[in-house]
Design a protein around this ligand. Structure first.
Ligand code: TYM
Length: 348
């Protein structure tokens, strides 16, 4: 039952059963966070952040591949942090920070560039998609998965909670860890662990209002803290077929039901599915139900979000502290990496 924090905890704990677990994950500050980000990733981040050693970062270097406006990048960066705190992230229990506060990741990425063929990077999903659409991808986009591997491995990450669209990136991360270890480390002393993705089946791909994967770049998102008219307009525009109100309907073929499933308890979900099948229950009814569920689910967090938005210095202090701790860890790892590679360091 995806809405239940206890179940999320159990599922994530299953995946994170080792005492050596280090949870890492990142999120791009490239626009308003949406239901796909939340159910696919952030909810698992919040469920795990106080259970294990963990690092959650706002990947502003990655976002540069698409956001090239300094005021926007800064605003989106602060927005991600504010959202995590509003959703219950406890900064005392884990590290929440900005990627560029640990510039060592770019150094590790540079080392990794030398361990992966360009032809492999050309198979990257986002890169390929741009090429296929006739666009000219920048070198940042081509190299994006290598920086992501550095993000994960520089903290010794072993478990990476993400949505299904990140699967390929975690595979590349594993390959880079393996390649680095076999190239530079003795067999019995590998430097990097093999990270595992944590992708929960029922939320691996959250659909948007048009039924495709919910994504900022498709313009089909419902924002986490959308409310009032904006929220209503989006929910009412979810694409449905033209089955008449009286006719029975298949819940599993309906975009509205796909979103209802994210919020409803098992019992409520079964009831609504039965309503669909019985007929006399229209898509308008389902949309109204969904609207109420979104409002209830995020209402309190939304209030905290607006409260925190008025306290940017507080949010910045948390990010600064998280960055300091993460950087100390990254530097310690990089000292070992440099030694393994043979990069002579002449300073203390
Ligand atoms: P990003 O910023 O696109 O998305 C953040 C997280 O949200 C998940 N997600 C979804 N899950 C299910 N359904 C959807 N419709 C949906 N849309 C987004 C994503 O899978 C992701 O987990 N490359 C990453 C950021 C990154 C990262 C990392 C992640 C950089 N370094 C290191 C993990 C570890 C990205 O672009 O996510």
């Amino acid at each position: 039952m995806p809405h239940d924090p206890v179940t999320v905890q159990a599922e994530t704990d299953d995946a994170a059963s080792s005492t050596e677990t280090t949870v890492v994950s990142g999120i791009q500050p490239s626009g308003q966070l949406h239901l796909g980000n939340y159910f696919g990733a952030i909810r698992q981040h919040i469920a795990l952040h106080d259970q294990h050693e963990s690092y959650f970062f706002i990947v502003n270097y990655h976002a540069l591949t698409s956001v090239q406006d300094n005021a926007l990048l800064e605003a989106y960066t602060m927005d991600v942090a504010t959202t995590y705190l509003a959703l219950g992230f406890d900064p005392e229990a884990s590290h929440l920070f900005i990627q560029s506060d640990v510039p060592e990741v770019t150094e590790l990425a540079w080392i990794f560039y030398n361990l992966i063929p360009v032809s492999r990077l050309e198979l990257g999903v986002s890169y390929k998609e741009k090429v296929e659409r006739g666009m000219t991808p920048n070198a940042g986009l081509l190299n994006y998965p290598v920086l992501q591997a550095a993000d994960i491995l520089i903290y010794g990450g072993t478990l990476v909670p993400v949505g299904a669209d990140q699967k390929q990136h975690i595979e590349m991360t594993r390959d880079l860890a393996q390649k680095f270890n076999s190239t530079f480390c003795p067999d019995d002393a590998p430097l990097f662990p093999m990270p595992e993705p944590l992708i929960l089946d029922d939320v691996a791909v959250v659909p948007g209002i048009d039924g495709q994967k919910m994504s900022k770049s498709y313009g089909n998102t419902i924002g986490l803290f959308d409310e009032g008219k904006t929220l209503k307009k989006k929910v009412m525009s979810i694409v449905t077929d033209s089955t008449p109100l009286d006719a029975p309907k298949d819940p599993d073929a309906c975009n509205v039901f796909a979103l209802i499933k994210l919020f409803a308890s098992d019992a409520r979900r079964a009831e609504i599915a039965a309503n669909y099948r019985a007929g006399g229950y229209g898509y308008g009814h389902a949309k109204k139900e969904l609207l109420g569920m979104i409002d209830d689910y995020f209402g309190e967090a939304r209030e905290r979000y607006y409260d925190l938005k008025d306290r940017p210095d507080y949010v910045r202090d948390i990010l600064r502290e998280g960055g300091k701790q993460a950087r100390a860890q990254a530097r310690a790892y990089m000292a070992r990496v440099r030694e393994a590679v043979g990069l002579v360091t002449t300073y203390e």
